[in-house]
Write a protein that binds this ligand. Structure first.
Ligand SMILES: Nc1ncnc2c1ncn2[C@@H]1O[C@H](COP(=O)(O)OP(=O)(O)OP(=O)(O)O)[C@@H](O)[C@H]1O
Ligand SMILES: [Mg+2]
Length: 260
């Protein structure tokens, strides 16, 4: 017979090992790699003799180092934002926010990516639909969801931002026709630095922080976030506000009927 205490300890050790591996990967990929790049370029500049002309190849290296600085700053800023939200220290200014213009603005900011990816974005939000939220934070959340949808949906696909009211509850969803996720993966993607296999294969760029930010941001605005998904059935991320929201219902839910 298996000892329940021993098996509990075993699974705690397994979880600890998984978290350690995730941190090791994050430090190596998101912090050490860009820092090493910046250090290398600065050393080249340091070794240059006074008055020596800048080689064209050096300019390219400097451009690379600037990109690395940007990546590092993005990770650190996003991580700080998440920590601030988590500890209730983020300034959240709640006001009535109209969802249609907000969705349109987010789509505009992601337009270049949509064109590049060959994915169509449609907005189906009633003009009168509004929620109590922080406009800037909600904008970041919707843009994160749109960015993911565009990043993971193959060319020719479709992303729909839709708004609806269910009694006192208002929902805004970002739904795509991409590859979707299995239930186990879907339950984990709201954790920090969680990414599906694509990252390890180097196909998709990102830090695995976007959804962790969305989760903390929605909680800070007393809303909720969930995803309905299944392999090959796309992802349908739903933000909920008002009645029924804020009850900690963050996470994966069963695929919506449209997916069955
Ligand atoms: N619409 C989607 N379709 C398929 N997989 C998704 C979708 N949205 C998120 N995921 C999966 O969830 C993971 C976590 O998403 P998240 O936004 O947190 O990180 P990221 O996009 O990889 O990086 P970042 O947002 O920090 O740039 C993604 O790497 C991807 O594996
Ligand atoms: Mg993302």
């Amino acid at each position: 017979m298996t000892d329940p205490a021993a098996s509990k300890e075993g699974s705690a050790n397994g979880e600890l090992a998984r978290v350690k591996e995730e941190w090791r990967e994050m430090i190596a990929h998101d912090l050490r790699a860009p820092l090493a790049n910046i250090y290398g370029v600065l050393r080249i500049i340091e070794d240059r003799r006074p008055g020596q002309a800048v080689e064209p190849a050096e300019s390219l290296l400097v451009g690379d180092a600037v990109g690395s600085c940007r990546r590092l700053l993005e990770v650190v800023n996003l991580y700080m934002d998440i920590l601030q939200m988590e500890t209730g220290m983020a300034p959240v200014r709640v006001e009535s926010v109209a969802l249609k213009p907000l969705a349109e603005e987010c789509a505009k900011r992601q337009e270049a990516l949509a064109l590049q990816r060959g994915v169509r974005v449609t907005i189906e939000v009633p003009r009168t639909l509004a929620v109590d939220a922080d406009e800037e934070i909600l904008g970041h959340v919707v843009e994160n969801l749109l960015n993911n949808a565009l990043k993971f949906t193959p060319s020719g696909g479709q992303v729909t931002v839709a708004g609806r009211r269910h009694g006192a509850r208002v929902e805004l969803s970002v739904k795509d026709t991409g590859p979707g996720l299995d239930v186990q993966t879907a339950a984990a993607i709201f954790d920090r630095f969680r990414q599906a296999k694509a990252r390890h294969e180097g196909r998709i760029k990102g830090n695995g922080l976007g959804l962790a930010y969305c989760k903390e941001a929605m909680a800070a605005m007393r809303g909720d976030i969930s995803v309905a998904t299944a392999p090959q059935k796309g992802c349908d991320f739903v933000l909920g506000f008002g009645h029924g929201a804020g009850a900690g219902s963050i996470g994966a839910r069963r695929p919506a009927t449209t997916f069955r």
